[in-house]
Design a protein around this ligand. Structure first.
Ligand code: AMP
Ligand code: ZN
Ligand code: FE
Ligand code: FE
Length: 274
């Protein structure tokens, strides 16, 4: 039995509902999961109910999108209080900004001659944390690109022509927000973010863990971040970043997992903090 602490649902850019995701995780033999939707905790309540019913340990989670001038950095938050008013207030502002951002991305695409409407994107996302993967799916559906790869490379990547920045939140602000909501802040997929130089500053701001075990990390990267985490007294976490079907990723729940001991340490840290 084992754990996957990085999973998306249709409350952001995953394709399965929180309920379906919990059931699939249990069926795949996972013992503990965390749902970590982008900038959103709306799926957690329904997930908790199903998790209790199927006997799966569910750690409340979130993945917050932050940006610096150099990089996009994702900060995971575990055990945060999904009802915390300060958290919900910031998330509501981020959600409004994500909706606005889709309109701006669509305008940029139109100016590039790509005939797509915001409504095509919202038809796929609802208004829950809409993002670039929903734009990519809409482009594929309209036959304007072949696949996710092309959508991101031609239009949506960080430096591609239809890129639009996110709500301005620094990694430090996200860490403090997670902390203020009772959560444990963890640096997500560090090898993808490529911002190791920021780690000391993030630790000073309250970062307590690093996602060394990430499905998208090569083995040598895992080793490197395990060592870096140990040296800095950080908790080690891990996950698959499962997004469901048609998400430009091939993985299934249960394909990747981390040992229970890592979850025990995370849980202990949470128990000590409260
Ligand atoms: P957004 O929150 O709108 O910036 O979208 C970011 C999400 O897009 C990431 O969390 C990934 O799920 C997805 N993503 C980013 N780059 C790619 C890519 N090249 N291929 C597929 N999905 C990607
Ligand atoms: Zn995503
Ligand atoms: Fe991420
Ligand atoms: Fe993710």
């Amino acid at each position: 039995m084992s754990a996957d602490l990085h999973i998306h649902t249709n409350q952001s850019d995953g394709t399965f509902s929180p309920e379906e995701t919990v059931k699939m995780a249990a069926a795949a033999g996972l013992k503990t999961i965390s749902l970590t939707d982008h900038d959103n905790v709306d799926g957690l309540e329904a997930a908790e109910q199903i998790a209790a019913r199927v006997g799966l340990e569910l750690i409340p989670g979130i993945e917050m999108t932050t940006e610096t001038a150099q990089a996009e950095i994702h900060i995971l938050g575990y055990y945060l209080d999904r009802r915390n008013p300060g958290l919900l207030e910031v998330l509501a502002r981020i959600q409004a900004s994500r909706i606005e951002r889709i309109h701006t991305i669509v305008q940029k695409l139109k100016s590039l001659g790509v005939e797509i409407e915001a409504s095509d994107v919202f038809a796929l996302s609802g208004e829950k944390s809409p993002g670039r993967p929903h734009v990519a799916r809409a482009l594929i559906k309209k036959g304007l690109v072949l696949n996710f790869r092309e959508a991101f490379k031609r239009y949506l990547d960080f430096r591609a022509p239809a890129y639009v920045p996110h709500f301005k939140l620094t990694p430090t602000e996200a860490i403090k927000l997670i902390k203020s909501a009772g959560g444990i802040a963890v640096f997500a997929h560090p090898a993808i973010s490529k911002a190791d130089d920021l780690i000391p500053e993030l630790i000073t701001s309250g970062l307590r863990g690093i996602e060394a075990y990430y499905l998208g990390h090569y083995a040598d990267q895992v080793d490197y971040y395990v060592e870096l985490g140990r040296k800095n007294g950080l908790l080690l976490t891990g996950g698959s970043d499962f997004h469901g079907e048609d998400s430009g990723r091939e993985t299934k729940l249960g394909d990747f997992s981390i040992p229970d001991e890592l979850v025990d340490k995370l849980r202990d840290e949470h128990s000590r903090g409260n």
